[in-house]
Each structure stands twice: as C-alpha cells, then as structure tokens.
Design a protein around this ligand. Structure first.
Ligand code: NAD
Ligand code: MG
Length: 391
C-alpha cells in the first residue's frame, strides 16, 4: 500500500529517451512525485542539468571515468554522487516507492533486479531484462512482493485490457508492430541500408538501439519474449500483426470472440503515466487521437523473409533456458557494429542466428548463469563480426 505523501521515484537511465519522457511527466506533478535517484551512463552534462532541476538525493554515473565531472557539476548542491556500475545498482537498491527501469540492454538486468529484491514498484521499459532472465525475474518478483508495470507501449496496452482473473478465457495476445522504416523496402534496399535510414522510425522517436531493433523487427521478437513472461502466455498464443499507424498498441482476444484493444497516439508519456500513477490514472500531455484525421487503421501479416528476426526470436523462446539471453547479447553486439558502420543491416539477424547456433543453450537457474551466458554470447558474436566487417 502506498503511504501518504509523495511517491518517491528512481529513474534508471534518466538521460535516455524513456528517462527524459519520464522526467517530463514527473515534473508536471511536483506535489505527487519526488525524485530519489537518477542514473545515466555517459551523458554527464545532461545528468547534471537534470539533477540541478529535480534535486534528487542521489545521482550515479555508470562510466566511472566521468565521476569527477559529475562531482564537480553538483558540488555545493547537497546531492550525493557516485560513479561506476555498483553505484547504478546502489541507486536502484535505495529505498524509494517506484523505479523506472529505462537503461538500454542487458546492462539493466542487475539494477532492475536490485529494485525487484527490495519489493519496489517497477515501471519496466528495459525489455532486455525479461528477455535475458524472464523466468528468474518473475520468480523474484513474486518472492519479494515487487510489482512490475510494463512501460513498453504494447505491454502497457495488453496490461490495460488483460483480465488477470479470467486467464482461461484468454485465447491470444495480438502484439501490434508498426513495421518500422523498412516495412515496404526490398531485401536489396535493406541490405544496403545505412544507420541513418534504420533509426528513422516513421512513428516513434526513440534511442538508437531500439530504433534499429524496430527496423529489423527484432524489437517485436524481444517483445514476444517479454509478453510471454509478463502475461504467462505460451508462445503459440502470441500473434504479431503489422499495423503501420501505431494507433492500436496491442490487443487481447477472448474465447467468446471479443477482442479488447488499447489505443492512443504514439507517445511514450501515455504508458509512462499509466505506470507512474498506477493504480490511479493520471493526466499525460500526449496528443489526443483524432479518429477522423487517422481515417484508416490497416493491418498486414509480417513478412518472414525480410524480417527473419521474428522467427529467430520465436525459436529462442521455444528453446528456452539461456537461448533468449544468447539471442539478446548477439543482437546487442550486432546492432552496435551496424551503428558503427562495420556490418550491414541484414547481417544483424544473420549474426543472431549464427550465435544461437554456436553457443549452447543451458538451463537457466541463476542470474549468474545469465551474466555468464551474456558474456559468452558477446564473445562469440564479436568473433563472427570479425569475419563480416566492412572496415
Ligand atoms: P536510450 O539509449 O535513449 O537511453 C538509454 C539510457 O540508459 C541512457 O540514460 C543511458 O545513459 C543509460 N545506459 C546506457 N548504457 C548503460 C549502462 N551500461 N549502464 C547504465 N546505464 C546505461 O534508450 P531508450 O530508447 O530510452 O530505451 C531504454 C529502454 O527502454 C530500452 O530497453 C528500450 O528497449 C526500452 N523502450 C524504449 C522505448 C522508447 O520509446 N525509447 C519504448 C519502449 C521500450
Ligand atoms: Mg514497444
């Protein structure tokens, strides 16, 4: 139960796209939300600016080399500062009511786990955590009485229309996907795609990694695994549907033929506000849907040939154990090299498939397994990148 007074908030990854949108919502309610801690990895100037404005109690920078600049920037402010990976985990472990998990990639796993283990209420944007360690995270969640509120727009949509008391009546989940910037492009165009083309998402403005994931549709593959864990739905009961307007954020189909959907404009401040205010609903500044202007909602099946990531992710989920963690690590490595101009766009799914084949999946019994698997899969991926490199 929520105590009287403001809800104390921790924002992990505060300088990112989701982190900044979270701050935008929080700042509209100075009496209801107060910031306990902020963390970032390398954007120290933005972190200092956020800290001076929001006056948190604690600020952590992941890149230890930037600790001096953070300390100088916040000197005299009375805000406690720390640097390094442990400091980011400490930020998550400090007592606060609500934690936004918005670090990108598997780097968010340990901080998110620290928040789970103290029974916090967590707004989860960092889907990679559930991809890598979903079964363990869900177990820890129950064990520690933590609450996980999805922030990923599709999962927020499902959460809002998912009847947790009538699980047997749910036939399937329909995850919608915009199709990304390459929805209508040919394989040849995709093979030659530049990083700038891949990050130019038609509907959403997001960080570079998730933008590339959206272009390859690996994002939807990761979201399939995320949905499987959050809603305990078998893989075959989760359908992926391309819906280019990004108005329907996802749907739940019931056995009586009813389909419930959540709709809205593509603005992350809506799912962020839903998670931040939960169980209340609070106002968000997102643009309102103008149905006459939208005029049409269209749908199409995803193309498995141009978007092999969808099949690869399904197979990783079916294989279970550490396979999804292997997939995630390979994808993170591939996306970083693609963004660096060293491999081609279609090398991303190829690399993910090759690493999944090369690294044996084992049973997932502890977080240490995940961390070890992640490191092993990254090494295998780097080895394969070396054979593909353009420069
Ligand atoms: P981003 O790149 O804009 O921001 C990432 C944040 O994480 C930054 O604050 C950065 O400092 C921090 N960070 C990066 N590496 C770190 C590390 N090693 N240790 C500690 N902190 C680190 O990313 P984003 O687009 O905001 O996405 C964040 C997460 O939310 C991702 O998991 C993404 O899939 C998910 N998500 C994002 C959106 C969106 O609209 N951007 C939508 C749905 C889900
Ligand atoms: Mg999403």
């Amino acid at each position: 139960a929520q105590a009287e007074g403001p809800r104390w908030v921790t924002i992990l990854g505060s300088t990112g796209s989701v982190g900044s949108n979270t701050i935008d919502v929080v700042e509209r309610y100075p009496d209801d939300y107060r910031v306990d801690a902020l963390t970032a990895h390398s954007n120290v100037d933005k972190l200092i600016e956020q800290a001076l404005r929001l006056k948190p109690r604690f600020v952590a920078i992941g890149d230890e080399a930037l600790y001096g600049r953070l300390k100088d920037g916040l000197a005299g402010s009375g805000i406690a500062v720390a640097g390094g990976r442990a400091a980011v985990i400490e930020a998550a472990a400090r007592p606060s009511d609500w934690v936004m998990s918005a670090i990108v990639g598997a780097a968010g796993l340990e901080p998110t786990l620290a928040a789970v283990r103290r029974g916090a209420m967590i707004g989860l944007a960092n889907k990679e955590t559930l991809v890598c360690a979903g079964a363990l995270m869900m177990r820890e969640l129950t064990e520690h009485g933590a609450v996980m509120l999805p922030v990923d727009s599709e999962h927020s949509a499902i959460f809002q229309v998912f009847d947790f008391d009538k699980l047997d009546a749910i036939e399937k989940i329909i995850l919608t996907a915009s199709g990304g910037p390459f929805r209508t492009k040919s394989i040849a165009e995709m093979t030659a795609a530049t990083p700038a083309q891949a990050v130019a998402h038609p509907n959403w403005s997001m960080g570079a990694k998730i933008s590339v994931d959206s272009a390859s549709m690996m994002n939807k593959g990761l979201e399939l695994i995320e949905a499987h864990h959050l809603f305990r739905m078998p893989e075959e009961q989760i359908e992926i549907l391309v819906h280019p307007q990004s108005v329907i954020h996802s749907m739940v189909a019931y056995q009586d033929g009813s389909v419930l959907a959540q709709l809205g404009t593509p603005d992350m401040r809506t799912p962020i506000a839903y998670a931040l205010g939960w169980p209340k609903r609070i106002a968000a500044p997102s643009a309102r849907l103008d149905f006459a202007k939208v005029a049409q909602l269209t749908f199409e099946a995803p193309d498995p040939v141009r978007f092999p990531a969808l099949r690869i992710a399904r197979e990783a989920l079916k294989a279970g154990g550490t396979a999804p963690a292997i997939l995630n690590a390979a994808n993170e490595v591939a996306v970083a090299h693609f963004l660096g101009g060293r491999i081609g766009f279609m090398d991303i799914p190829a690399l993910a498939a090759a690493v999944l084949e090369a690294v044996p999946s084992v049973e997932l019994t502890s977080i240490e397994d995940v961390i070890q698997t992640d490191a092993e899969a990254r090494r295998a991926a780097e080895g394969k990148v070396a054979t593909l490199r353009h420069n």
